[in-house]
Design a protein around this ligand. Sequence first.
Ligand SMILES: Cc1ncc(COP(=O)(O)O)c(C=O)c1O
Length: 322
Amino acid sequence: MERAIAELEGVKFGLAFSSGMAAIFTVMLSIGPCKVVAEEDMYGGTYRLLTKLLPRLGFHVVTADLTNPSEKLFRGAGVVFFETPTNPQLKAIDISAISEMAHEEGALVVVDNTFATPLLQRPVKHGADVVVHSSTKLINGHSDVIGGLVALNDEELAFRMASIRSIAGCSMSPIDSWLTLRGLRTLHLRVQRQCENAAMIAEALDSNSRLESVIYPSLPSYPYATTALKQMSGMGCIVTVRVKGGVDKALSFLKNLKLFTVAVSLGGVESLACHPASTTHKSMPKEYRERIGLTDDMVRLSVGAENPMDLINDLEEALASI
Ligand SMILES: Cc1ncc(COP(=O)(O)O)c(C=O)c1O
């Protein structure tokens, strides 16, 4: 599993963990207390780690919009951390531009590549130092494993991570490793189909009068297309929508879905839908969520490999009866 992720990300070392969160935590611990600059739109669990736990261990964490960073943001930073595309707003963060600025300050760049997978984006090629994955998601693809992966070139840092992992006991279990390798063998098929399905769904929903907006990188309204096209070879399987009428309408849309399962994971071959504000991103204070644009009317769709017309019909019918 470790050799496979290293090869896929085009680096020397791979490490497998018991979860994506264990992977991110171990990366941070291996670097040690420092100033961390993180993109403000991120998975709620990562937000909790960065803003609640790391400060207790001596880290100083600053969150910001990395699509438009100020010059002094990176001053004195030890780590710059971001997902791209981000969860759930699908912001594309310019890996090479951020890496250049971060490296000028001597900071390490850690990219969470969960939404893209190495098939669509290889962050190290664009200047990042460390890549992390929640392999719970697309890498495994079958919603039957929880795991995390790290890929990097720095031998000393890899050794420190392996040592922390051994002490903390947060390595990937043999059966999960075996299952994830099984999933990996169809990554190219699944990702291709799921991206095609997601693009069709985004296009179909874009004109739906019950929706305020649809976020997907191939739509004309997507504001980060230049960055996405520069570093990604496909646009992923997540489509995020805002439902007109607020949180009640968003929740009744979820309740009406029949083919999409309402659940918080993503990236599997079965389509899932979730309400980030009350589940995956609940740990973010409401004011923080509102400031970064993560609104209560938002629904995140993880598009699977099913028949796309069945999925579109399910979504349209669920919206029609809210
Ligand atoms: C982008 C991203 N990174 C990390 C994680 C955490 O991964 P895990 O659930 O495997 O701990 C998630 C989980 O949703 C995620 O979406």
